[in-house]
Design a protein around this ligand. Structure first.
Ligand SMILES: Nc1ncnc2c1ncn2[C@@H]1O[C@H](COP(=O)(O)OP(=O)(O)OP(=O)(O)O)[C@@H](O)[C@H]1O
Ligand SMILES: [Mg+2]
Length: 221
């Protein structure tokens, strides 16, 4: 179970502080698909980065199965993340000189073991990438990049998948394939936290949490 407990993030800007993420409490249980919906700039990416231990909050705690992510050393966190958390970035972050299949299998190298081939190919097939396995990211459409990043994040069946606007570049059919897969994933006990500005996408989750419009939070100069 993932718990965000009063998590806040601000950045200094001149004499002011920008609120990137207003205080948020959030729980995602095992087997649950939760969406966080909010307009552009409301802190969705910030929230996900903090939930995945990739960015430190100003205050508040992030617990995954009782483990405080931000209390771990860098090495402990890297190991914990690779065992438990799958992350799909809004900007994909694929490795440009690796093929689609090699990108999907990249977490294997980080773990120093090679047993993901069959699962990597299976995921590529499920996400309609089997005809692009030897293409590099530069030779892919945005939607294909998105699906490659998703397959990579799911390679080792993470306890929780953190997904940033993963349907943003997909057509309706492919978006439904991906959402259908996520719903199946939670049925097998995994958890999904998806952030999106898209109400229709968010409505397909088990539960939706809302982030306020940041313009309503800014203090005037
Ligand atoms: N490094 C930073 N320094 C200063 N401000 C930042 C920084 N990163 C993010 N912000 C601000 O924090 C707010 C939230 O950013 P974030 O990227 O989390 O929004 P978002 O909801 O993911 O938006 P989008 O839907 O456009 O992806 C924005 O107003 C942004 O300008
Ligand atoms: Mg974002």
């Amino acid at each position: 179970m993932l718990v965000l407990d009063r998590v806040v993030k601000t950045y200094p800007k001149g004499s002011r502080r920008i609120t990137a993420l207003a205080p948020i409490d959030l729980t995602v249980r095992a087997g649950e698909f939760v969406a966080v919906e909010g307009p552009s700039g409301s802190g969705k990416t910030t929230c996900l980065l903090i939930a995945g231990g990739l960015l430190d909050p100003d205050s508040g705690k992030v617990l995954l199965d009782g483990h405080d992510l931000h209390a771990m050393t860098r090495n402990q966190l890297a190991a914990f993340r690779s065992q438990n958390i799958g992350f799909v970035f809004q900007q994909y972050h694929l490795i440009p000189y690796l093929s689609v299949l090699e990108n999907i299998l990249a977490p294997e190298a980080a773990r120093g073991r090679a047993n993901g081939q069959a699962r990597g190919r299976e995921l590529a097939g499920q996400f309609g990438l089997d005809h692009r396995l030897d293409h590099t990211p530069a030779e892919l459409s945005c939607g294909e990049k998105q699906r490659t990043a998703l397959a990579r994040a799911l390679l080792f069946r993470p306890k929780i998948l953190l997904a940033d606007e993963i349907t943003g570049n997909l057509d309706h059919v492919n978006a439904q394939i991906v959402l259908g897969y996520l719903r199946e994933y939670v049925k097998t006990g995994g958890s999904v936290l998806l952030v999106t500005h898209d109400r229709e996408i968010a409505s397909q989750a088990d539960r939706v949490e809302y982030l306020p419009d940041p313009r309503e939070l800014e203090t005037p100069r």
